[in-house]
Design a protein around this ligand. Sequence first.
Ligand code: DX5
Ligand code: ZN
Length: 225
Amino acid sequence: MEPSPIIAPSILAADFARLADEVGAVEGSADWVHVDVMDNHFVPNLTIGLPVVESLRRTTEIPLDVHLMITDPDRWAPGYAEAGAYNVTFHAEACDDPVKLARTLRDAGSRAGLAIDRDTPVEPYLELLPHLDTVLIMTIKAGFGGQKFLPEMLDKVRDVRRRITAKGLEVRLEVDGGIAADTIEQAAEAGADAFVAGTAVYGAEDPAEAVRKLRDLAARARAWA
Ligand code: DX5
Ligand code: ZN
């Protein structure tokens, strides 16, 4: 049986002054909590880092899905695994040897993910899939929440899904950026099975209900399964 869709609310769209409450609002509905770490170098934006992940780990049972939009992930990523992150995703554009870093992350106790930004082709990385637990295809340009979903990124999702299926791999295929009720079905049809949603969850009246609705839509749209 295919695994059920993962919904990962991004706290980038939450109220940072009330993070514990905001994460608590999706406890019992969210599968993962997505934590966007930005360093003002790899992307122009600056967000949060390791101390916040350490505090969140003590605050919630929900697995933390850390998305590192930083330069030099070889130096910084293992700390997030040691802090108890469930999955640590670093960017292909920032890393010379993704297989080596993935191995380090797994040794440090987390799953390992590779992110592909908007302007990066996925082909060179398809061979690396057996060494990864997650692949994150950006459906926007990394750096800011609230951007418009780019459907042309779904060709990359299809390419990765084809390879996962052909090789029988257990890799989660995640999409990030502009995922909402009006876009999640096309992403699921293309082959995604993990969905980051910031604005669509934390901009909703009832974040937990928004998560459930997104999961239902994704589950029904899984043409690839
Ligand atoms: C942006 C981040 C996303 C962001 C998505 O670079 O990686 O995770 O929070 O936000 P929405 O869902 O609002 O597009
Ligand atoms: Zn993200």
